[in-house]
Write a protein of this length. Sequence first.
Length: 372
Amino acid sequence: MSVAVLAALGSTAFAQEVVKIGHVGPTSGGIAHLGKDNEMGARMAIDELNAKGVTIGGKKVKFELLAEDDAGDPKQGTAVAQKLADAKVMGVVGHLNSGTSIPASKVYSDAGIPQISPSATNPKFTRNGYKTTFRVVADDVHLGGTLGRYAVNELKGKSIAVIDDRTAYGQGVAEEFEKAVKAAGGSIAERQFTTDKATDFTAILTAVKSKKPDVVFYGGMDAVAGPMIRQMKQLGINAKFMGGDGICSSELPKLAAGSMADGQVICAEAGGVEGKQKVGMDKFKADFKKKFNVDVQIYAPYVYDAVNVMVAAMVKAGSAEPAKYLPVLAKTTNYHGVTGDITFDEKGDIKNGALTLFTYKGEKREEMKVVR
């Protein structure tokens, strides 16, 4: 082999640059199954991009995923955000919870690093004026509002109880639900609070039971919702149980330990595909199962899209440098993802975000309808 050929091969290998992308989710603690689901969505996108061979600004790049665990804890969330900023990542997909995404967004903003959350729905997340903050799901105004209207108009709820876990997500979605119930002409019979670590709900459910509720709304995650549904059954509360995307997982029936009646739980996921777009989502779910041997929980497709949207902006800008591709990312229009078309507005929110209502029958999650 000639020296010239060796030199050419050497320069090709040298030209391949490493682009680090961070991912943060709670991969330990009560909702670790959701955090791991997110991380697998990121890994799937990174592996596919590397297999494809992506060129940015004329150079072949290799993507590297830096995955961190924030345990769903705001303090840990800001600590790992700083760790990723110090590691000079080119972008971050995460965090999962609003309570970790909001404080972390300041760290990324200060470092000039684009952040796309696949699942933080609290409206405040994109209301701080940071140019680096984006999300690929509809917010709680849409989520809680749709569920509140549904409780009054479709379920004909007369006595509605609301419980939340006091986190940024749980409290936010519960407040939007409450507003929508009142706007639709309904009223809240009981308002109770718990924490995202609680396991015994006897006291608050006894207070709820005294109001003879036909609908109980819970703002929080599935790890608490499951045991709550189980204890409702033990106390003889036969109300419909509603919640946002935090409870809307395939794990919920297991967490409720067989105490969910068919059609009892109605939840909404911030996202949704209809018609032809279902084909892409179904393929993603099948590929995910084949790759990881587990079913998608909730957010993995949104993480997958977030990584791909970020990389598409880098390719279009001809640079993985945050300052260069950030303006292109902000102008993302009609990116065809597995979760639907993605267009960001001036705040970094997704435009015309969809919402999907689900229920459970025979312990399987069933789609009811997509709402915009």
